[in-house]
Design a protein around this ligand. Sequence first.
Ligand code: F6P
Length: 476
Amino acid sequence: MQKDLVIVANRLPVDRVTQPDGTPGWRRSPGGLVSAIEPVMRANDGIWLGWPGGDDQDLEPFEDDGMHLAPIGLEKDEIELFYEGFSNATLWPIYHDLVAKPEFHREWWDSYVKVNEKFAAKAASFAAEGATVWVHDYQLQLVPRMLRELRPDLRIGFYLHIPFPPAELFQQLPWRRQILEGLLGADLVGFQLPGGAQNFVRLVRQRVGHKTHRDLVYLPDGRAVRAAAFPISIDARGYEELAQKDSVVERAAAIREALGNPRKIFLGIDRLDYTKGIYARLRAFAELISDGRFDVEDAVFVQVAVPSREQVEQYRILRDDIERLVGRINGDLGRIGRPAISYLHTSYPREEMAALYTAADVMVVTPYRDGMNLVAKEFVACRTEDDGALVLSEFAGAADELRQAWLVNPYDLNGMKSALLEAYNADDKELSRRMKAMRKTIRQHDVAAWADSFMSELGQFSHSTHAKAVRPAKRS
Ligand code: F6P
């Protein structure tokens, strides 16, 4: 089966799981990438290549909910070295401002190269002559170059869903040059924000020695590569419609009822990740109660923590820390039937998420660093009555667009407390003014607009050549 559009991402949109009765089944994968690419796939007759989770090796391509999916198996040691190791314990912290300490291990890197080769070979085999291959995210940064070597006929795009770090951090990577060269195999390299694209071009100039001009890189082989920002988004109308469904409206009322109909519900929904700032935000909320700003009868914080990367040590430590904190806060501040924090370690389907967004009064999204954060956008899309408040970290990509949120520095606990309190006390007029403006932004820049702009740019820019005289790249 060969296709004109091939999506290559570390994960498929569904994960292989063992069901309670022992039979294998599929469950939706966590994370923003899947939410963003799914509508693109549905609008095109393409194929999506990715890891289905687990270490099954021989899964055949299949169709799920109208999408063609081709699983790429990872061996046990690849899961440990490539996925948990290099992707999530080396690259992830470096690309997120060193919120945690990255580890550098040569055998992790070797596995990263091997797995990227495996993905490139699979992509080459599923791509029709002259097809477009769209490679996603930090786990697969070597694929564009490997794929170009295998299939020079292809149009290759790459999109990074997480931030691209400043040169000062990126250059700590012992394999910095190989990663930059890997990305330069694409015709178009997309980032969430202009700052990421600028960091990349600057690094290419400094570390690889290629000539650059604004967002263009001129390669010695005559190719030109463009690096630009394409802020990702959501299916805004889809969420709006979902939030208006009777079943969702009823479920939202039931959630409020189950929580004891407090005056205000605060809500956090995050993958359980140390970049998300869950610990600090729960502390800020608890301090407002102990300061007497409001009471557990008035307000509750619902924190959904979606299980993530549970084999990586830093994620296990984080889970323990957060769960200990929740226990302490509830023990100190809660009353019978009135916990201060309602904590759920689980993931929910879209309908339940929409009901939670609708039930909440204050959505709290306070990552230390985040490529975009689609949860913030989903919340806004679901507020069809133009009500509800969004407290948003300045360090989430979404803050560039959602300027009417209560923007906070997640490292500043007092600042966060003030913003939470202002959002809690805001009157309807203020809420509506802010939410209207944010909803307009989200509707205009939805995921279809994001995909269209990337694809049309890729269409115009692929196989671009230049006639500049450039010296061969220097070693670094
Ligand atoms: O958006 C960042 C991202 O790492 C995606 O690449 C990924 O699919 C998602 O978050 C969830 O992470 P993981 O695939 O490691 O569970």
